[in-house]
Design a protein around this ligand. Structure first.
Ligand code: UFG
Length: 337
């Protein structure tokens, strides 16, 4: 069975391609390479020992997409392709809405033209509003606080409307918490452009000597050690969650959201300590002011994914840190070298 993966060269996309091949699916990848590198897919092919067609097409190019659907027997789509930098989305919202929302609509219309009705959509825990109640369940109130988060929220709504209008469609909305780590081979991993915004890529770049020290964004939060708590989840667990979600949409109709997290929160200081313990490397750090928009605590309720997808995260924080470090150590410049 052939699965179209948009954004397959990206961080979560490339790991999911490995998991899909290992689960026995045939792949077709569409990626604009606006924010990713073809090399990532070359490495996926090395890891899996399988070749698959790759189309350098932007989702806004509907003719280009049509050609892919005409050439390939696509039966379901996993849609990752999107821009994902929160700060950039605040500075350039139109670019974000055009790419993430416009690109998604273009993809869904193309699916409709070609009779493809099965979709797994890459959403984010960032669609949840500031919540007092933890864990966040799929029923928690939504209310993203930046344009990036609103693009994910809007696409979720568009898909709900589409599923209401087309009862033969089947969609899983996957709300990721904090994906980290890398494939255990050390051949693929996260390759942020510029200075990383996210915690673990920053820590690994300090460890490899690309950055001098970590700034902890605030240690005066109402948490046990004063630093923010997040639900870090291994990217291979996330990748495997897509395989389960795919199997789910192939067997059902309608639309459901699922959290992908571990259900367990870790503070910034706990992550740094886990990284140091897993690697034996000291991470120089200083405490800076709070970062705008950071919630003190966020972690997932994971019962729904467990019950309906039969999925739960298997890898712990030590493995996340060890795998993130192997990738960074063996690829100090990411895919750049
Ligand atoms: N942090 C630091 N120093 C850093 C980077 C991060 O202390 O250099 C802290 C943050 O303040 C936060 C925690 O580490 O407390 C995690 O931060 P990340 O940026 O790694 O993760 P976020 O939870 O902020 O980000 C997540 C997703 C993003 C998404 C964002 C939306 O990873 O993709 O939520 O707010 F866009």
């Amino acid at each position: 069975m052939t699965i179209l993966v948009t954004g397959g060269a990206g961080y979560i996309g490339s790991h999911t391609c490995v998991a899909l091949v290992e689960a026995g699916y045939d792949l077709v990848v569409v990626d604009s390479f606006a924010n990713s590198r073809p090399e990532a897919l070359g490495r996926v092919q090395q890891i899996t020992g399988r070749e698959f067609p790759v189309y350098p097409v932007d989702l806004l190019d509907e003719r280009g997409l049509d050609a892919v659907f005409e050439a390939q027997p696509v039966e379901a789509v996993i849609h990752f392709a999107a821009l994902k930098a929160v700060g950039e989305s605040v500075a350039d919202p139109l670019r974000y809405y055009r790419n993430n929302v416009g690109g998604s609509i273009s993809l869904f219309q193309t699916m409709e033209r070609h009779g493809v009705t099965r979709l797994v959509f890459s959403s984010s825990a960032t669609v949840y509003g500031a919540a007092e109640q933890m864990p966040l369940t799929e029923e928690s109130p939504l209310g993203p606080v930046n344009p990036y988060g609103r693009t994910k929220w809007m696409v979720e709504q568009i898909l709900r409307d589409q599923c209401a209008a087309r009862p033969d469609w089947s969609v899983a909305l996957l709300r990721y918490f904090n994906p980290v780590g890398a494939h255990a081979s050390g051949r693929i991993g996260e390759d942020p452009s510029g200075v990383p915004n996210n915690l673990l890529p920053y820590v690994t770049q300090v460890a490899v000597g690309r950055l001098e020290q970590l700034t902890i964004h605030g240690d005066d939060y109402p948490t046990p050690d004063g630093t923010c708590i997040r639900d870090y989840v291994h990217v291979m667990d996330i990748a495997e969650g897509h395989v389960n979600a795919l199997q789910h949409v192939l067997m059902t109709t309608g639309i459901e959201a699922f959290n992908l997290g571990t259900g367990r929160g870790s503070s910034v200081l706990e992550v740094v300590a886990a990284f140091e313990a897993a690697t034996g490397i000291d991470i120089p750090r200083r405490v800076g002011p709070r970062r705008n928009g950071d919630a003190p605590v966020s972690y997932a309720g994971v019962d729904k994914a467990k019950q309906q997808l039969g999925w739960q995260a298997k890898r712990d924080l030590t493995e996340m840190c060890a795998d993130a470090w192997r990738w960074q150590r063996e690829n100090p410049q990411g895919y750049g070298v």
